[in-house]
Design a protein around this ligand. Sequence first.
Ligand code: FAD
Ligand code: SF4
Length: 192
Amino acid sequence: MHPFSLERPRDLASAIALRAQAGRDDAPAEYIAGGTDMVQLLQEQVRRPERLVSLAGLLDNSIEAGSQGLRFGAAATMAEVAAHLAVLEQFPLIIEALLNSASPQVRNQATMGGNLLQRPRCPYFRDVGYSACNRRAPGSGCSAMRGENRRHAVLGTSDHCIATHASDLAVAHFEVVRALRSRASRHRDGRD
Ligand SMILES: Cc1cc2nc3c(=O)[nH]c(=O)nc-3n(C[C@H](O)[C@H](O)[C@H](O)COP(=O)(O)OP(=O)(O)OC[C@H]3O[C@@H](n4cnc5c(N)ncnc54)[C@H](O)[C@@H]3O)c2cc1C
Ligand code: SF4
């Protein structure tokens, strides 16, 4: 593991002032929340930041589910959201996606913010033995396009990357938004 220092800012303004940026080699620092993805990235030397900025205790961890929709703070854990009764009643797809993700131990530690911002699961991204990966080293190319890519994306790709989004929650969230839009449009057209 590349040596790094750990910053523990007292408030959010101090954390933001440290200018952490996800996945930027030229960034002065990177954030760490629950650490379930970041620690793997550090161990495998996919990320080699000089400084890590801990978000522990700085972010909102509330969860609200009601007629206005679902709102959760970035620091709410996957386990807390998955156990929330109102979320279960109104957004069962979100619960299903969370409970099918990782393990209970990981879900207890992992935050919702970190889940949505976790880095790609593409094996070429995760293995620094492959030099070509535009997500890890911008401009280096994409090993997956010429390599093993049966589990990569077929929709929403670019000329630079064909990785799927790593988060199951993100896929479920997209589906919930699509269903709500479709219901709103049926209601508007008088078909509901
Ligand atoms: C064994 C294992 C199995 C897994 N299986 C699944 C699975 O089946 N489905 C699935 O969806 N996920 C899976 N995951 C991924 C897991 O959900 C994520 O590791 C976790 O949600 C990340 O949350 P964290 O709080 O630990 O984030 P961290 O590891 O601390 O951070 C992850 C990334 O997000 C950035 N970040 C975190 N919080 C913030 C914030 N508030 N603002 C800006 N940047 C932020 C960090 O800089 C880092 O780049 C698995 C993980 C493990 C270890
Ligand atoms: S699909 Fe290509 S660019 Fe994207 S993460 Fe994988 S190797 Fe990197």
